[in-house]
Write a new protein. Structure first.
Length: 269
């Protein structure tokens, strides 16, 4: 499928926006399931955009930056997966797999940009000392524009080049398999490290039993063919029920004790 000029411009503009949204606006526009739907509309195949976007969302749902380490970028990977699926007619899994090298490029780009912009912190400090509010605002705009342009240019080049560019990158990883193995292992570890970090912050001591119960239910329901497709939804409903019950019980206890004091944060939030 050949993309026309209007489609290329619209994709460029959308990627520019969602690249900024990922780190600054934080409106979740950058999530693959949202981006997939928008790109599907732009490229004339909403159904494929939703399917590919949803599939890529599941692959990246646990990925999060930990410290200075960046996971494969969801914006570029999600965009290119949809472009490959619609433009080249690839199956969803093939399109998602072919988009991984682009997600890795995004990972390196973010790390590079953060490194380049690090010295700007001292510049911003000096501006703050002088009360130069306009300079600080312009510096932030500069960083956002640089991020948006980097992402938009990469995705536009990939869109114009089609699957050929992704095939070249895949061939490189095939020629050096240990590199891809190492990057895949590192990327795979990030989701577990991310969840561990979230649990360390949010999980209260009295909720460990609920956590292990959910893990057991996920394992059991996942192995039942008739329920495996809706396992996450079923467990989410069970979790909502437990959370509501716990909340209502705690409210009733506080009301009965005649106290409006909230719980502390010694063992969690």
């Amino acid at each position: 499928m050949d993309f026309n000029f209007i489609q290329i411009i619209l994709v460029f503009a959308w990627v520019f926006i969602v690249a900024i949204d990922q780190f600054d606006l934080l409106e979740s526009l950058y999530q693959p399931i949202v981006t997939g739907a928008v790109l599907g509309i732009i490229l004339g195949d909403l159904e494929t955009g939703l399917i590919v976007g949803g599939t890529y969302q599941l692959m990246t749902i646990g990925n999060m930056p930990v410290g200075g380490a960046q996971p494969p970028n969801a914006v570029i990977g999600g965009v290119m997966a949809v472009v490959f699926a619609i433009g080249s007619g690839l199956e969803t899994t093939a399109a998602v797999g072919l988009a991984v090298p682009f997600a890795l490029i995004g990972q390196y780009m973010v790390t590079l940009l953060f490194t380049v912009m690090s010295p700007m912190m001292s510049v911003a400090d000096k501006m703050a000392e002088k009360g130069d509010h306009k300079g600080i605002v312009n510096l932030n705009y500069l960083a956002m524009a640089a991020l948006g342009l980097l992402f938009a240019v990469v995705c536009t080049i990939g869109m114009i080049g089609g699957s050929a560019m992704g095939k070249v990158l895949t061939d490189v990883f095939d020629a050096v398999p240990w590199l891809m193995t190492g990057l895949s292992a590192a990327g795979g570890m990030m989701r577990f490290v991310g969840f561990a970090t979230l649990l360390r912050i949010m999980l209260s001591n009295e909720h460990w039993g609920i956590y292990f119960t959910g893990f057991a239910l996920a394992t059991i329901i996942g192995y039942i063919p008739a329920l495996s497709g809706s396992a996450l939804l079923l467990i989410a409903f069970i979790g909502i029920t437990l959370a509501l019950s716990d909340f209502q019980t705690n409210v009733a206890i506080r009301n009965a004790a005649g106290s409006n004091v909230n719980g502390g944060d010694d063992d969690g939030i």
